[in-house]
Design a protein around this ligand. Structure first.
Ligand SMILES: Cc1cc2nc3c(=O)[nH]c(=O)nc-3n(C[C@H](O)[C@H](O)[C@H](O)COP(=O)(O)OP(=O)(O)OC[C@H]3O[C@@H](n4cnc5c(N)ncnc54)[C@H](O)[C@@H]3O)c2cc1C
Length: 620
């Protein structure tokens, strides 16, 4: 099937040839799956994405969400696809069958999310948040709460949200003002306003389950005093039927740059003093509990960076092959020269390879993170489990921030490839770029993610997670050095990786010597460097696999000369694919990894001008 959303061949490459997820089938949790089963599931996901979700991409953006007389409506074209999506079991295929899932590996679940999101990310906000809310109740709810709320949320009969942000509490969640007052029956009266709540109100389903952070009266200030409550939009009777509306009113929806099909609502809880909430988990455990959903959402938001980049890149390549403009530079003096497709121009080729290498690297990064989840489930020892969970913790802020920052740049570069047409709504890249921008902001801005990486994640388990990662990278380098074609690129990865290790140590030392502001000031720079090294590692690892497969194709076809090999790269799709993977690794190593050491040195020079400049000196 041909689609301009995601390179499905590359998806399969990452899953089966790079990560080797078939290893999972040896475990109890995944023993009932075969590679063919998973390919079939991915094929079905692709059909749904191409035939059902993609047609709503432009229409959903143009129609957007509306509010009239307090009723919020989503684009009309979302209703039928939402039903089909849920009926097809796509809301929670990674969960266990006892909650309606199919127990598929997360790595494959992520591949499906990539193609669904590339078809329409604004649409995917509804199932994404719904899954997160249901999972919270699954992990922390009582049996009664599960029966009352969870099953119908997992099935998509109702949807879910995530209610943290308030006008005065954005990055600083601990500053929230929403309160919870005890009722004699053990439930709580919730009062407060949450803003920017995705899927906060809409007409897709008759009920919405809001997990809401609030402070029980008398509990301490800051994050330690926060609890979490299940607050349904409509109350649910003991027999499961819907009761009275629960005093949750939508105060308005945002008019925003992108993801226009996703309703971003201000929600007023308890305007009439009648909003009922049920405590989820223990009192004052709200942040700990919500972190489960936030981590899921952070990785999901990272996926948003990948999906936008994937689709924008696929479109840019197709456009570059069709758009004819300018004679090639080497024919400039030939008056009879003909204009060529823009893909022939060196600068366009460089841009396309920049995008291709980033998209592929981001795909490996995201799927590897999902694979960590799978491996943590099937680990045989506590230590092994802790190592996989450690990778997952370490990767979460990187996936969120690095993927979304680079995803946005890929969209921007795709627009450059289109020239002026890319800036216009006739072509989809401007929407991909508008939809993508929010991903660098919500779920904790990328600045906050970088602080999480530098301030918490690097030091977790006394630095074992990060050192394990560098150990894996070093093994990959040693192996790549034995491949004559890749050896010099492996050296570039080694230099970049060593510089990054030194910077990590330097940060640890700065913290110990009291100069903790230096890592804080440079956290974003560090996250980018760290991400570059990880992506460079994945690309070189993948290139080694690709090189082996390519050699086998050459051998099978008797292609020993460069000329014959080039010919195969044109005529044989698999040869083209593997040679493209090698090109990505070489390009990324040369273009990006060579800059890592200089950027590390620049941080170590401890430039403090952003701290020293007075507020007054910033602007006239
Ligand atoms: C479309 C959309 C959908 C959203 N969906 C949801 C949702 O479903 N649920 C939900 O709860 N929220 C949601 N949000 C809110 C979103 O998570 C917040 O906007 C985001 O966390 C930032 O908070 P803020 O906007 O108040 O910015 P602020 O916190 O005011 O931050 C402004 C700037 O200051 C920086 N900053 C703040 N504190 C620090 C610090 N300590 N150190 C360094 N820099 C700092 C930030 O990085 C940012 O650059 C959504 C927002 C939007 C726009």
């Amino acid at each position: 099937m041909s689609n301009l959303l995601v390179n499905t061949r590359d998806q399969q490459f990452v899953l089966f040839e790079q990560l080797g997820i078939e290893k999972l089938f040896e475990s109890e949790a995944f023993k009932d799956f075969t590679k063919d089963d998973l390919l079939m599931i991915m094929n079905e996901a692709e059909k749904l994405a191409v035939n059902v979700l993609a047609p709503t991409f432009k229409e959903g953006d143009e129609e957007g969400c509306h509010i009239k007389d307090g009723i919020v409506t989503v684009p009309k074209c979302f209703h039928e696809p939402f039903k089909k999506f849920c009926e097809g079991g796509w809301l929670n295929p990674m969960d266990s069958p006892d909650v309606g899932g199919q127990g598929i590996p997360a790595a494959v679940g992520f591949a499906n999310i990539e193609i669904f999101g590339a078809a329409n990310y604004a649409f995917m906000m509804y199932p994404g948040l719904t899954h997160g809310a249901a999972s919270l109740i699954h992990s922390y709810g009582t049996e009664e709460q599960k029966n009352k709320y969870m099953y119908r949320t997992f099935s998509g009969e109702w949807t879910g949200t995530m209610c943290l942000t308030e006008p005065g509490a954005g990055s600083d969640v601990g500053a929230l003002k929403t309160t919870a007052k005890r009722l004699p029956d053990g439930r709580f009266l919730i009062t407060g306003t949450k803003c920017f709540i995705s899927a906060g109100d809409h007409d897709l389903t008759p009920n919405i389950i809001h997990p809401v952070l609030a402070r029980i009266e008398g509990d301490p200030a800051g994050t330690k005093g926060i609890s979490i409550f299940i607050v349904p939009k409509v109350t649910v009777n003991d027999d499961g039927s819907l009761g009275e509306p629960n005093d949750v009113k939508c105060g308005g929806i945002e008019h925003k740059m992108g993801i226009k099909g996703s309703a971003t609502a201000t929600l007023n809880f308890g305007e009439d003093g009648k909003c009922i909430g049920e405590l989820l988990g223990n009192e004052r455990d709200g942040i700990k509990i919500m972190f489960q959903m936030m981590n899921e959402a952070r990785i999901g938001t990272g996926m948003q960076g990948l999906v936008s980049a994937s689709a924008a890149f696929e479109h840019a390549v197709a456009y570059a092959k069709e758009r004819v403009q300018s004679v090639p530079v080497w024919e400039m003096k030939n008056p009879d020269a003909k204009a060529v497709a823009i893909i022939k121009h060196p600068d366009v080729r460089r841009k396309l390879l920049w995008m291709k290498s980033h998209v592929e690297g981001l795909r490996s990064l995201c799927y590897f993170t999902a694979y960590c989840l799978d491996m943590s489930k099937v680990s045989k020892t506590e230590e092994e489990k802790a190592n996989w969970e450690g990778f997952l913790d370490l990767m979460t802020p990187v996936v969120k921030a690095y993927t979304t920052d680079k995803g946005l740049l890929v969209c921007s570069m795709a627009m450059d490839v289109y020239g002026g047409y890319g800036y216009c709504q006739e072509y989809p890249v401007e929407q991909y770029m508008r939809d993508e921008k929010i991903a660098t902001i919500y779920e904790g801005t990328n600045g906050i993610q970088a602080l999480d990486l530098v301030g918490r994640k690097l030091g977790q388990r006394k630095g074992a997670n990060v050192m394990n990662l560098f150990g894996v990278i070093q093994k990959n380098i040693a192996k790549a050095k034995t491949n004559p074609e890749l050896a010099k690129y492996a050296v570039l990865l080694e230099e970049a990786s060593n510089a990054c290790i030194e910077l990590t140590m330097f940060f640890a030392q700065s913290g110990k010597s009291g100069d903790f502001l230096l890592p804080v000031l440079n956290a974003c720079k560090f996250l980018e460097i760290f991400g570059d090294v990880i992506v460079g590692h994945f690309l070189i690892e993948a290139a080694q696999t690709a090189a082996g497969k390519l050699d086998a194709i050459y051998e099978a076809n008797g292609a020993s000369s460069i000329g014959k090999q080039k010919g195969l790269q044109r005529s044989d799709k698999e040869a083209a694919f593997y040679s493209g993977r090698i090109a990505s690794a070489k390009f990324f190593a040369n273009d990006i990894l060579t800059t890592v050491k200089a950027r590390c040195e620049s941080v170590k020079m401890a430039e403090k001008s952003p701290l020293e400049i007075t507020d007054e000196a910033f602007a006239w």
